[in-house]
Design a protein around this ligand. Sequence first.
Ligand code: SAH
Length: 344
Amino acid sequence: MSLKEQLIEHCREAGPMTVAEFMGACLYDPDYGYYATRPGLADDFITAPEASQMFGELIGLWCAHEWEVMGKPAINLIELGPGRGVLMQDAWRATQRIEGFHDATNIVFVETSEPLKEEQGERVPLAEWAPRLEDAPPGASIVVGNEFLDCLPIRQFVRGEDAWHEKLVGLDESEKLIFGLSAPIAAPDSDDEIGAVREVAPGLDSLIYEIERRLMEAPGRVLFIDYGYAKPEGADTLQALKRHKKVDPLDAPGEADLTAHVDFNRVAYLANEAGLQVHGPIPQGQFLRALGLEVRAQTLSKANPERAERIQREVRRLMHADEMGVLFKVICLSSPDLPPPAGF
Ligand code: SAH
């Protein structure tokens, strides 16, 4: 039975499901979920480390710098959702001459997808894996997550004329999957427009709680890079991508990547409440400029003139406001007693 048929049967038996339940099944079903069955992620979307080796290199140098600032402890370099392992491969190569860093570092990948784990192991042979952040070894840590938070399943609430409703996935008369709305669940606030959508990722709360535990126990930083809310808020940001094209999320469950924009205000709010330091969110372009992307690109181009044009295209892709430079944001959460991180 396909995932779509299973979801239809589930709705028939148990009634409509939340968007988060639907998203969770599409992404994580161990047999049919997107991440379990589609290791060739780049077929569907290109992330920053896939677009340019300079991205992972700079993130690697940032990690090494922060390790020095922390007093060069033995450290867990943890990546959440490493995909094909490209970021860490570039980061590791770029930091090989930083004295003591590789010896002090234990690379830990937090990954759910079996086929992706295999690919990660080929690119980064030293890595070990943990199923969840809480399973990673204790101690000082630097955690990186690029396009990880956008996979966390969201619930969606829609402001109707007289009330808020939860958006649900159910069946129409011909037993096709459709979006619908729950019965009214709360009176609307006066300043929300009719049709406005609010999105909440329940998994974000538990993730920030786990980060709090880790960063309070031992020094550490967490760097998240992802696409955040573009103004105006109130938009429906659930998106399904298949072969670089937007598709209907209900069309082929498990075959398209499903994501939602990250609510960085909520990340910052939860981390602040937890007593962590918060830097950012700032635009990705600004962060990469502060880390010296343009300088590195110039050096690379001088050394490889035949690649200069391509390098220029990569810089544009990562930094320009029309590409990933502004919509993508960077936020850093840190243990209370560390100085501010580089780049913010
Ligand atoms: N960081 C990579 C890949 C981004 S795609 C890059 O920038 O190219 C999202 C990644 O997160 C995939 O590797 C996916 O399998 C993983 N992932 C998604 N949800 C996860 C979860 N809850 N726990 C662990 N890994 C997860």
